[in-house]
Write a protein that binds this ligand. Structure first.
Ligand code: BMA
Length: 351
């Protein structure tokens, strides 16, 4: 009896789950938006660069099209694990930190993903040459110590996201995403369900042991072929996830049908598990359909309790031609985007 009681105490002492008032408030804001049949619009990296500019204070492609920045700022921590001062897309971490704090102060929402490099081969997150990598970072594995040092660097960054009064800003943290596909070293064919869940829990427990209570953990499988079973087969548990996501890229009727089906399923799961849901990543690469925002995105989310939708980055054209997911001034989808912006269901930073 005594032994059991002690064990239970030790268990609750370690990995304690607490959520800061700011993170709790963020969850409430998300649920409230969905309750009002609205969603927050977001874009990856929008304050750092756009189609034809880089690092110019105050600029933003979306803002230059409709008058407001997106409500959600997404950015990625890839290469932080290497000790670099810029992320995998060249964004200095100091600039990123300040932009996140400023965005929160302006009323916005911040989300972070992490395209961590392959810890076994030192190549990119997309190196799927070896299916023992996840196992190797878990306790007892050959890359466990290295991986803990990576988690430490991420924790240090997350700890630094604070206001002058010391309050940490709430962050939707979304590691190990699109795991139902097999293009990242943590993908479906690259590890077992048990290994994936262990990777996720180890990540969350590490942050909890550092008292990081400002994180809203987002789980985001990839669009396509998602039955309930597939969506949930790697679910780390209600204590380890705060938001149910979906990453979905595409256009056209077939895409729309599947998107709505899968979001419906995620919405049902969100209801059962009492978690907000979101389109955690998406878009139409190159934005070739000038009516994508109203005909695909708005239609895709219609009457579903999706709390936010984040489109991917507008990379500078000189670096990646037409790697764009939102309009910039002069783009053929500007007119349609303004209709999207003015729709009472969409929430931008100005809202
Ligand atoms: C991908 C592309 C890459 C980028 C990565 C991480 O979808 O945009 O160019 O490095 O995301 O942001």
């Amino acid at each position: 009896m005594i032994v059991l009681a002690l064990a239970a105490f030790a268990c609750t002492e370690k990995h304690v789950r607490t959520i800061s008032p700011e993170a709790d408030n963020l969850l409430d804001r998300l649920q409230q938006a969905a309750g009002d049949n609205q969603f927050f619009f977001g874009q990856e990296d929008f304050p750092f660069y756009g189609h034809s500019w880089e690092y110019e204070e105050g600029r933003g492609d979306v803002k230059e099209v409709c008058g407001s920045h997106p409500a959600v700022l997404g950015s990625d921590l890839g290469h932080l694990e290497l000790g670099d001062d810029k992320n995998l897309d060249g964004v200095p971490f100091d600039v990123m930190r300040q932009a996140m704090i400023d965005h929160y102060n302006a009323g916005g929402i911040v989300t972070i993903s992490w395209h961590a490099r392959n810890p076994a081969t030192s190549s990119t997150a997309w190196d799927v040459s070896d299916n023992t990598v996840v196992a190797s970072v878990l306790e007892g594995g050959s890359h466990h110590a290295l991986f803990l040092s990576w988690l430490d660097k991420v924790a240090v960054f997350l700890e630094s996201l604070k206001l002058e009064n010391g309050t940490r800003i709430p962050v939707i943290f979304r590691p190990w995403h699109e795991h139902t596909g097999s293009w990242f070293w943590w993908g479906r064919k690259l590890c077992s369900n048990e290994e994936y869940i262990a990777l996720w829990r180890m990540t969350v427990d590490f942050m909890r042991d550092r008292s990081l209570d400002n994180l809203v953990m987002a789980y985001s499988p990839n669009y396509g072929g998602l039955t309930r079973e597939v969506y949930m087969e790697r679910y780390p548990g209600d204590d380890y996830v705060d938001l149910l996501g979906l990453d979905a890229y595409g256009d056209g009727q077939e895409f729309l049908n599947v998107l709505r089906n899968e979001l419906n399923m995620v919405a049902q799961l969100g209801k059962e598990h009492n978690k907000p849901i979101a389109l955690t990543e998406g878009g139409m690469g190159g934005l070739g359909n000038p009516e994508w925002f109203t005909r695909t995105l708005l239609k895709g989310l219609e009457n579903l309790p999706v709390t936010y939708a984040l489109v991917w980055r507008n990379a500078p054209d000189r670096l990646m031609p037409m790697h764009i997911f939102a309009p910039y001034p002069g783009h053929p989808s500007v007119e349609d985007f303004i209709v999207f912006y003015e729709d009472p269901r969409t929430l931008f930073l100005n809202d």
